[in-house]
Unconditional design. Sequence first.
Length: 148
Amino acid sequence: MESKQLVPLLQDEAVIDIIPQKPPMSMLDTVYEVTENTATVGLTVQADNIFCDDGYFQAIGLTEHMAQSAAAHRGYLAQQNNEATPVGFIATIRNLKIHELPKIGDHITTQMEIISVVMNFHSIQTEIRRGDDLLASCEMKLFLREDM
C-alpha cells in the first residue's frame, strides 16, 4: 500500500465537536478524510492519555480509537447535514489483531470502512498504521442510537 500525504480536514477541538466522546475519553485529534462509507483519522499519542502505560498506548486505547473512527465518520456527516451527532456503542469486536503498540509521541492513522448497515447496526473494518507499519486491525459491529 502506497503512502499518500494526508492533509487534515479537522483538528483538535473541531474533532471533539463531532464525536460524543469528550476528554479524557476522546482518542482522536485529527480527521483527514470522510466519504460516504469511509474515514481516515489520526491521533498523536500523548503521555497523559488515560490508556498509556509504561510508555505505550495500550490495546484498550487502540480499540477505543478504532470505534471513535466510526464516531468521527458519523459525526462529520451529521455536522454537514446540520444534524445531531449520533451516539454509538460497541456491540461486538471480531478478529482483533494487535501487531505492535505505538509509543508516546507516535502518530497513528486509522482507516475505517463500513462493511454493512442493518437497521442501527453498522459493521466496520479498521486498520491502524504508523506510517506504513500495520499496528492493529479488527472488525466491529456498532449500535448507533440515532434518537438521542
